[in-house]
Design a protein around this ligand. Structure first.
Ligand SMILES: CC(C)(COP(=O)(O)OP(=O)(O)OC[C@H]1O[C@@H](n2cnc3c(N)ncnc32)[C@H](O)[C@@H]1OP(=O)(O)O)[C@@H](O)C(=O)NCCC(=O)NCCS
Length: 262
């Protein structure tokens, strides 16, 4: 948490705990045991793993620690035969490219405020229940490229009123509280119009600062966010190493869960 907070990131203890429970966290400490660098691997189904939480404390940057951490993560995944994916910040992309990562999808983080307008749900939308999780996991698997039930289960339990399902079963939205903002995502849907309805409804059900990691191709959704006073905060680049074939279905992936989870 010291490293992610120093970098201004949004993760909470609960986010870090996902990596300890379901993946592995690598770290470098100083002689007194204080953390200087971290990186985490999160194996998902289907032969690949997400890399996240790559952080080097400000005073120790440009000394090769980030590269060393990445090399440890990659050696682990190579041993297990898992293809590594990640969402890179512009600084992160600088260390990933020399290690063989290639660009796939562009995403932008938008920051604004929730409306917390409350009230009933619009037509065609209902609150997600535990019984809907399997359907959401299946939709997510198509959009993202592999099944990640443990993650959706975790996000569902943290989503409160912003866990939403299209009544026709074609899309869903989740959200979670973070250190600086509520993160809305993932949003998976059958069309941009449907994703817009999910996003609007989710925004009406959360209060305070909100962040949304939107795939760049969805200019209609970007316009919706702009009209609500959201501003672009930073780009992310989804990168993969050692896989030429596309992964997931970008036609159904609108808003990502966040760069730590994909
Ligand atoms: C990105 C980050 C992890 C890099 O860690 P690091 O230990 O400084 O990286 P390294 O020392 O291994 O860098 C290796 C090479 O990558 C390139 N590089 C690293 N950071 C760079 C930057 N900010 N801008 C341009 N090039 C950079 C350089 O070529 C560098 O070699 P050099 O120092 O000999 O020129 C660190 O800057 C950081 O924690 N940033 C904030 C959080 C973040 O963005 N994490 C990445 C998430 S995807």
């Amino acid at each position: 948490m010291a490293l992610s907070a120093e970098a201004g990131w949004n993760q909470t203890d609960e986010d870090w705990a996902v990596f300890f429970a379901h993946g592995k966290v690598y770290g470098i400490t100083d002689a007194a045991g204080a953390p200087q660098a971290t990186g985490a691997v999160l194996p998902y189904a289907g032969g690949f793993a997400w890399i996240g939480m790559v952080l080097v404390t400000v005073a120790c940057r440009r000394k090769g620690l980030g590269t060393r951490i990445l090399e440890a993560c990659l050696a682990d995944l190579d041993d297990r035969g898992l293809v590594p994916f990640l969402d890179a910040t512009p600084a992160g992309a600088e260390i990933y490219r020399p290690l063989g990562f290639e660009d796939t999808l562009g995403l932008t983080r938008w920051r604004g405020s929730g409306g917390a307008t409350g009230g009933g749900l619009p037509n065609g939308m209902r609150a997600m229940t535990e019984d809907d999780l399997a359907a959401a996991v299946a939709l997510d698997a198509v959009a993202f490229g592999t099944e990640r039930r443990f993650l959706l289960d975790n996000l569902f339990r943290r989503a409160g009123d912003a866990a939403l399902l299209r009544a026709d079963g074609t899309g869903f939205a989740l959200a979670r509280s973070g250190r600086t903002a509520t993160q809305i995502g993932p949003i998976v849907a059958g069309s941009e119009e449907s994703a817009a309805a999910l996003l609007e409804t989710a925004l009406g059900r959360v209060a305070g600062a909100v962040i949304v990691d939107l795939a760049d191709r969805w200019t209609g959704l970007a316009g919706l966010l702009e009209a609500r006073g959201f501003a672009r905060e930073r780009p992310f680049l989804r990168m993969v190493r050692g896989r030429a074939a596309p992964f997931g279905d970008p036609d159904h992936l609108f808003v990502a869960a966040g760069p730590e989870f994909g």
